[in-house]
Design a protein around this ligand. Sequence first.
Ligand code: UFG
Length: 329
Amino acid sequence: MKTGKVLVTGGAGYIGSHIVRELNDARRDLRIVDDLSQGHRAAVGDTPLTVAGFADAEFLDGGLDGVDYLVHMAAFCEVGESMNAPAKYYANNLTASLALLEAARRAGVRGIVFSSTAAVYGEPESTPIDEDHPQRPTNPYGETKLAFERALRWYHEAHGLRSVALRYFNAAGAHPDGSIGEDHAPETHLIPRLLRATEQGAEPMSIFGNDYETRDGTCVRDYVHVCDLARAHVRALDALAEERVGAEAFNLGNGEGFSVLEVVDHVERVTGRRPATTSAPRRAGDPATLVASSERIARQLGWSAGHPELGEIIETAWRWYRAHPSGYS
Ligand code: UFG
């Protein structure tokens, strides 16, 4: 399938760099805009990269010329931080994204793939969560992502601009070849933190909350391999190019939940070392359980996970961590 010129915002970040790798492997014509505030130049090889904010006036003035499809990844994505700094999330994830959307419309972009999140659902009423489940975010991160999804629907209604919002559950793992992986500063995510906590003398990792209504009291999440997320973007671009979708949202998860303590056990099994942990209060904004039904994307876009096992997901993250204990630096 030909998808013309693709622009990836945030393509040098953790998930973005895996999408860029997948699109390059699929021989798509692509370029990246990333301000490198969280991304890494080393993560994208020789893919053309403009270092700029995606909504900078200088970038929007011409940066979308000739672009056929947009993959809009760039965002702040920390649930905990969003509870303390809602304005930061509204400004970037919503206001700046709307400026990009309007510029995309004016430039004649034909379709958009948007990085959305399980955080749009809030505390689920039933599990697994499908796309029709009520959306009541419990944090500004989820709220701003949902608001942009809704803007995409209205843009389709008003202007015929097609879009696919992909609601990621918990992205995890790294490319199996060990060359790209997760490197956030500070690192807030569970699996990389646990891998660090296996080091001798490492600070114990705080387990946020042990009194949730789950099987062992800790939060349950659906961990999905970052390369499986990446492959879904190629499927979404093809569906847009073939005009098989209008403005749709799809979940992306494996349909199986693991508690924080179960992830600790898996990390021990993979690494042969027990990570040091300690109990801590709940983290604000965290729902107890988030597990996806991904049947809709399986049915409509033919997506399925290539690396569904948590052990394998952690193995790839461990491979990356051992080869790059300080990340890209
Ligand atoms: N956790 C700990 N200790 C830590 C870090 C995390 O106990 O040091 C717990 C969290 O409380 C949560 C689970 O581990 O229960 C996973 O936490 P992450 O921070 O790794 O991921 P989140 O579930 O908070 O969020 C991630 C992405 C979001 C996305 C969400 C969707 O960061 O962008 O998954 O489920 F919206």
